[in-house]
Design a protein around this ligand. Structure first.
Ligand SMILES: Cc1ncc(COP(=O)(O)O)c(C=O)c1O
Length: 396
């Protein structure tokens, strides 16, 4: 009989020549189990998604109870759907008053697309600015502002009138002008390998955007909802954007994205043309119910407060001379090796020890450490010691 692995290779579109191809049969809390019964600790949370752990019982209950009421009933925005209303109201209650209206999407990339369109509508300008090594999604608009040429070049022509600035370069901010519709930035650049904005950079960026009438968009798709040790990445500097993007961790494992701005700004989508952004499944009721449960868990289980002690554990125990730098913030961390080959071998050696790590899209020598925020502290320490053991084996 043809194996499931072979069917996967035959019939699922592949995106890399050598996928990890773990065959998962069960996920619970921070653990994934494969077909052989081997249990892995998920130290990357499905790429910053499963912040409250896999299949948190309250998320599963919310999904089941919404499924008992209704699934899809109409394209986004036309009906009053309680899961969407409750979630949007909750998000508004957590953000500054100027960020009080949310448009729900299917994914992070779609949130980026919506935000770029909104910025063009609101400013009447076309220039879109982002940063070297930024990742905002893989659709055409999001790809156009991606900060890495290798991943873009085969898809050109992309959107015109884009510009990349160097992240953390204060002098580059001068390139933002009255022609610029928006600047999109991650408070901690995820796929660059967890690169933190230096002190004062986001404030200087805010100042320049205000001076030039440019909209400031924070992509909090990885940093949002606790991952960096504050509920939102922007709270480390108290710099308030005009538009904020969410996805990944907000959904508790269900697909959802969102972009949030002021109610007044969002009105731009209602006229000339009406239906300024259209999505069928964006804000799916089941995803919204799961997201609301996720946010409530993050609040009620005090998960954000637990990030700092977990970061400390990692910084204390993930120590080896082959790690040149352990950078990042909170539970979005990168252990940097001299080159990618060491990293790949460490990733494999960790897998052997039942630990899932990964590299970063634009930083192949960086080992991704971004576990669920719920991870037990003793387990996290043990994982760090096992990673160090894996590094020892690789560099021996
Ligand atoms: C910072 C950031 N923005 C946007 C995206 C795109 O999100 P999605 O994969 O849901 O389209 C990602 C995904 O990795 C991301 O890390």
């Amino acid at each position: 009989m043809i194996s499931q692995r072979q069917l996967y290779l035959n019939h699922l579109a592949q995106t890399s020549p050598a996928p990890l191809a773990l065959e998962i049969v069960h996920a619970e809390d921070v653990f994934l189990t494969d077909t052989s019964g081997k249990k892995y600790v998920d130290l990357i949370a499905g790429i910053s998604v499963s912040s409250v752990g896999h299949r948190h019982p309250r998320v599963v209950d919310a999904i089941k109870s919404q499924a008992d009421q209704y699934l899809h009933v109409m394209v986004y925005g036309e009906y009053i759907l309680s899961p969407q209303v409750k979630l949007a109201t909750k998000i508004a209650s957590l953000l500054p008053a100027s960020l009080n209206a949310t448009y729900f999407t299917n994914s992070g990339a779609e949130a980026t697309e919506g935000a770029l369109k909104l910025a063009k509508r609101l400013t009447g300008r076309s220039e879109l600015i982002s940063f070297v090594n930024a990742y905002h999604g893989s659709t055409h608009g999001a790809l156009s502002i991606m900060g890495n040429e290798y991943f873009k070049t085969a898809y050109r022509p992309l959107l015109p009138d884009t510009q990349l600035l160097a992240f953390n370069s204060f002098t580059d901010l001068e390139k933002i002008t009255t022609r610029t519709a928006c600047v999109v930035v991650e408070p901690v650049q995820g796929e660059a390998g967890a690169v933190v904005a230096t002190n004062g950079f986001l404030a200087a960026l805010r100042k320049r955007c205000t001076e030039t009438g440019t909209l400031l968009i924070f992509d909090e798709i990885q940093t949002g909802f606790g991952r960096t040790g504050k509920l939102f990445g922007f709270q480390h500097e108290e710099v308030i954007p005009d538009i904020i993007l969410f996805a990944k961790g907000i959904g508790g494992g269900m697909p959802i994205g969102a972009f949030t701005s002021s109610h007044e700004n969002m009105l731009a989508f209602t006229e000339n043309p009406v239906l300024g952004h259209i999505t069928t499944f964006g804000g799916h009721p089941v995803s919204c119910a799961a997201a609301l449960a996720t946010i409530n868990i993050i609040e009620e289980e005090n998960l954000v407060a637990g990030v700092a002690s977990r970061e400390t554990i990692i910084r204390k125990h993930l120590v080896h001379p082959a790690i040149r730098e352990l950078r990042g913030r909170g539970l979005l961390l990168a252990a940097i090796f001299e080159h990618a080959e060491i990293n790949q071998r460490v990733i494999q050696a960790c897998l052997k020890r039942g630990i899932i790590t990964d590299w970063f899209l634009f930083c192949d020598n960086g080992l991704r450490i971004a576990p669920p925020l719920t991870i037990d502290e003793n387990l996290l320490r043990d994982c760090c010691l096992k990673i160090v053991d894996a590094i020892r084996e690789v560099v021996a």
